[in-house]
Design a protein around this ligand. Structure first.
Ligand SMILES: [Zn+2]
Length: 91
């Protein structure tokens, strides 16, 4: 029997979620492959923070280190994985 409506399959294929650590769209989760180590565990805060400051720097190469760190902390404050971290809440 082949009774599956085409529409059901389309809606399943387009559903995405966001990484709880960096906000990148992912198909399943909680985290994207950038944010986990080799065992699938979430990386520690310092590792993620350095990587995300680096991403900010590529987007805005003329910004100061202080401004990049501040922008990164503001962004992490919107992420479920980090918003309660002491470095984020202390900013
Ligand atoms: Zn991520």
């Amino acid at each position: 029997m082949d009774t599956e409506p085409e529409g059901t399959r389309f809606m399943t294929a387009t559903s995405t979620t966001a990484c709880q650590s960096c906000g990148m769209p992912i198909e399943s989760g909680p985290y994207c492959h950038h944010c986990v180590d080799g065992t699938g565990a979430l990386q520690d805060f310092e590792t993620r923070f350095e990587r995300m400051v680096g991403w900010q720097q590529r987007r805005d190469p003329s910004a100061s280190r202080e401004a990049l760190e501040s922008a990164t902390l503001d962004y992490l404050a919107t992420m479920p994985a980090w918003r309660d971290h002491p470095r984020v809440t202390a900013r």
